[in-house]
Design a protein around this ligand. Structure first.
Ligand code: ZN
Length: 59
């Protein structure tokens, strides 16, 4: 399960919505109730920064 970030094109309200199973569901803006919304990004776990290259070379 992932969380999608939805952006309303009417009022610009941004809200998150849980991604359900592959089931077509009409998304409505909780602010103005418009269905003119677009999916911005999918929130995924970004914990853990990439291992920075150590300046020290292995001996
Ligand atoms: Zn809206």
């Amino acid at each position: 399960m992932s969380i999608n970030v939805i952006s309303c094109t009417k009022c610009g309200q941004r809200f998150e919505k849980l991604q359900k199973n592959d089931e077509a569901e009409t998304m409505e803006c909780p602010n103005c109730g418009s269905t003119e919304v677009i999916k911005e990004i999918s929130s995924f776990s970004t914990c853990g920064a990439a291992p920075a290259a150590s300046p020290y070379s292995g001996g």
